[in-house]
Design a binder for this molecule. Structure first.
Ligand SMILES: NC(=O)c1ccc[n+]([C@@H]2O[C@H](COP(=O)([O-])OP(=O)(O)OC[C@H]3O[C@@H](n4cnc5c(N)ncnc54)[C@H](OP(=O)(O)O)[C@@H]3O)[C@@H](O)[C@H]2O)c1
Length: 258
């Protein structure tokens, strides 16, 4: 049987690596993209030690040519690309009066335009492979904007619109495009975010963590595995009639109904 191939941007980070591990356990060849080679090597080693097939390509999502090169390399190696997970991102804590133009530009280029670039570069290869899946790891601030996370709120809302629009354009190629909206998820990014919030508010980090856990009726923040389980579902036959959708994985913290 032909082994599928998944490219995961941000594959060395908390959520991306966990998705990569769970896909590798399904027998998928996973290819991790990120900038720091040491962390990429470590992630590939972990996946291989669990019996998975993994490789990495150093790529910066702010640079379309490194992404083109990376996808070409993957296609040359495996002859196909079946799944693309957009997961490289982050973003500072801050409101409209705090965030500088440089921070806006940098973060829009990484997360918003990074997802756009990788999607655009990957679609021709997904088409050559007979279709596949694009999964955008976005975030609940796209649906419930927060003034202290102004960049994340804006870019996530834009990426929800992007997911919907692209899903319609590529459905004819048998390409599914969906989003997952994590709530607060226990990764290095989250720990750094809590540190920044603590420094700005002088509220201790453990109190911030507790308060945010209590926003969920389930009383905790997510762990990366909660997100990976949904990423598994979205590439499964159980999700055959789901495209252009976004699924919140936030323990019910988001209180809207749409
Ligand atoms: N954790 C949360 O609470 C949470 C909540 C909602 C949404 N999200 C979203 O989920 C995604 C993953 O978050 P995470 O918590 O797993 O973050 P993380 O642990 O900080 O991992 C981020 C990953 O992105 C990579 N990356 C960053 N900038 C990049 C660039 N320019 N080019 C290529 N790779 C880049 C990092 O590697 P290098 O630095 O080596 O490049 C790393 O692999 C992000 O889009 C984040 O906004 C997270």
């Amino acid at each position: 049987m032909v082994k599928k191939v998944a490219i995961i941007s941000g594959g060395s980070g908390g959520i991306g690596k966990t998705i990569a591990k769970s896909y590798a356990k399904l027998g998928i060849n996973v290819v991790l993209l990120a900038r720091n080679e040491g962390r990429l090597k470590e992630a590939v080693k972990e996946i291989k030690s669990e019996g998975g097939s993994a490789k990495y390509v150093i790529a910066d999502v702010t640079n379309a040519s490194t992404l083109q090169k990376a996808i070409n390399e993957v296609f040359d190696d495996f002859g196909r690309v079946d799944i693309v997970v957009n997961c490289a991102g982050g973003g500072p804590v801050g409101g409209i009066l705090d965030i500088t133009d440089e921070q806006w530009n940098e973060n829009i280029s990484i997360k918003q335009q990074g997802y756009v670039r990788l999607t655009r570069e990957a679609i021709p290869y997904l088409i050559k492979s007979g279709g596949g899946h694009i999964i955008n790891i976005i975030g609940v601030f796209g649906k419930q904007p927060h003034p202290d996370f102004i960049i994340g709120s804006m870019t996530n809302a834009a990426l929800l619109a992007f997911t919907k629009a692209v899903s319609e354009e590529v459905a004819k190629f048998n390409i599914y495009v969906n989003a997952i909206n994590p709530g607060a998820t226990d990764t290095e990014l989250w720990q750094n975010t809590v540190g920044e919030m603590a420094a700005k508010s002088s509220i201790p980090a453990d109190i911030i963590n507790k308060n945010i856990s209590e926003l969920s009726p389930l009383g905790r923040i997510a762990n990366p595995d909660d997100i990976a389980k949904v990423a598994e579902f979205l590439i499964s036959d159980n999700a055959k009639f789901i495209t252009g959708s976004s699924i919140n994985v936030d323990g019910g913290a988001y209180r809207g109904i749409a």
